[in-house]
Design a protein around this ligand. Structure first.
Ligand code: GLN
Length: 375
C-alpha cells in the first residue's frame, strides 16, 4: 500500500492551533495563540472593501507594484528589493527554499518560534540550536553562537523582537552578530514581524548593518492586527528579489490581491494616524496588567521589551491540565525547545487580548494555584 512520505512526520498540529482548539472546546480564556481579539483598524477594513471587486486577479508573484512601493517607502528601502508573501510564514518558507538544502546547517536560538524547525528540515537542512540564558532576563550567548557555526552553516535565523521571549537585541549584540556573519560569510534571516511592537527603544534593523547579507521578514498581519490576512514581505539584499519571488510562485503564486491593495493604502495611513504608537500604548498597558497580576500571585515574570508575549515561571504544572481544570490556555515552554530542556515551569502568555480577559485569567489562575498548592 502506498504511504505518505516520511516528511509528513512534520505535519503535526502546531501547539498554537492545538491550544486554541482546546480553549474553544473547554470555554477557557485563551492567552495561548498570539492573535488580537479586536478587529483590525477601520482604515484597513475600508481599503479592503474598496479593493474587492476592483483588484481581484493574480498579481505578479513578487507582489502588487503599489504594495511593494508602500513597503519600500515605509522601511526606507527600494521597491526592487521587496517581495510580498502570504504572511511571515511563507516569507520564511521561501527563504528556506532559496538559501539552503541538504547538508547545510542553520543556526538559531532556543527557545525558537515553532515554524523555524520544520521549514529548515523541509528544505533538507538541519537546525542547530543555541540556548538563550535565562537569569533575571533572557540573554543571548554570543560565544555559544560562534561555537555553533561550522563549515556547513549557511545562515543565521534570528528574531528581534523575539517570540517567545520578548527580547530585543542591543546595539552591541546586533553588531557582534553581524560581524560573525561577515567573518563566516553567512546569510542572516532576520524575522522582524514585531518591528513596531516594542516598549522602550525601537529595535535595530539588522539589514541596516549588513544590507548585503540580511533578508528581513515583515508582517502586515502583526502590524495591522489582521493575522488571518496573510500579507507579509521580505526585503532582500540587492538583486536577489526575483529569485526569491520565483521560488514562492511555486507555492501560493501570489498573495490575496485585494488584501495587498488594502495593505498598500494602510501602511502610509498607519504612519499618518499614529497607529503604531497607539498599538504600543495599548499593548503596553495590557503587558503591565498581566505582569502585575502574575507578580501578585508570587510568580516570576520576564518583562518583554517587545512582541505581545510574556514568559513566566509557574509551578511545574501541565498546560493542558491548567486549561481543562483552571480554564486558562497558555503555551508551555517545552513547545519552544527541541534540543535542550525547557526551563522548569516556563510558560508563555499572550497579552494581545482584552484587559477584561487578562484580569479574568489572573483570577482563574489564582483559584487554580490555590487548589494546586493544597492538593
Ligand atoms: N505567532 C503566533 C504565536 O506565536 C501564532 C503562530 C501560529 O499560530 N501560526 O502564537
Amino acid at each position: 500500500m502506498a504511504s505518505l512520505h516520511p516528511r509528513t512526520q512534520l505535519s503535526k498540529e502546531s501547539v498554537f492551533s492545538h491550544m486554541s482548539r482546546l480553549a474553544a472546546q473547554h470555554g477557557a480564556i485563551n492567552l495561548g495563540q498570539g492573535f488580537p481579539s479586536n478587529p483590525p483598524p477601520n482604515f484597513l477594513l475600508e481599503a479592503a472593501r474598496r479593493a474587492i471587486g476592483t483588484v481581484d486577479q493574480y498579481t505578479p508573484p513578487i507582489g502588487l507594484p503599489r504594495l511593494r512601493e508602500a513597503i519600500a517607502e515605509d522601511l526606507a528601502v527600494v521597491p526592487e528589493n521587496v517581495v510580498v508573501t502570504a504572511g511571515g510564514t511563507e516569507a520564511l518558507h521561501a527563504l528556506a527554499e532559496s538559501l539552503y538544502g541538504p547538508g547545510d546547517e542553520v543556526v538559531m536560538f532556543e527557545p525558537y518560534f515553532d515554524v523555524y524547525i520544520p521549514q529548515t528540515r523541509i528544505a533538507g537542512a538541519e537546525p542547530v540550536l543555541v540556548p538563550m540564558r535565562l537569569t533575571d532576563r533572557w540573554e543571548v550567548d554570543l560565544p555559544a553562537l560562534e561555537r555553533a557555526i561550522g563549515v556547513r552553516t549557511q545562515a543565521l535565523l534570528l528574531t528581534s523582537p523575539y517570540n517567545p521571549t520578548g527580547s530585543v537585541f542591543s546595539h552591541a549584540e546586533a553588531e557582534q552578530i553581524v560581524a560573525l556573519a561577515r567573518k563566516h560569510d553567512l546569510w542572516i534571516i532576520s524575522d522582524e514581524v514585531y518591528d513596531e511592537l516594542y516598549f522602550n527603544q525601537p529595535p535595530i534593523k539588522l539589514r541596516e548593518l549588513a544590507p548585503e547579507r540580511v533578508f528581513t521578514v515583515g508582517s502586515a498581519g502583526k502590524r495591522l492586527e489582521a493575522t488571518g490576512w496573510r500579507i507579509g514581505w521580505i526585503v532582500t539584499p540587492p538583486g536577489l528579489a526575483p529569485e526569491v519571488a520565483g521560488m514562492r510562485q511555486w507555492s501560493s503564486f501570489c498573495s490575496a490581491a485585494p488584501l495587498q491593495a488594502a495593505v498598500a493604502e494602510a501602511l502610509p495611513a498607519a504612519r499618518k494616524e499614529g497607529f503604531y504608537q497607539h498599538l504600543r500604548e495599548s499593548y503596553g498597558q495590557r503587558k503591565d496588567l498581566l505582569e502585575q497580576g502574575l507578580k501578585s500571585l508570587g510568580l516570576k515574570t520576564f518583562s518583554p521589551a517587545g512582541t505581545y508575549f510574556l514568559t513566566a515561571i509557574l509551578p511545574d504544572l501541565e498546560a493542558e491540565t491548567l486549561l481543562r481544570d483552571g480554564q486558562v490556555a497558555v503555551i508551555p515552554g517545552s513547545a519552544f525547545y527541541i534540543h535542550n530542556p525547557a526551563p522548569r515551569g516556563l510558560f508563555r502568555f499572550a497579552f494581545c487580548k482584552p484587559a477584561s480577559e487578562i484580569e479574568r485569567a489572573i483570577e482563574l489562575l489564582q483559584t487554580y494555584l490555590e487548589r494546586w498548592r493544597l492538593s
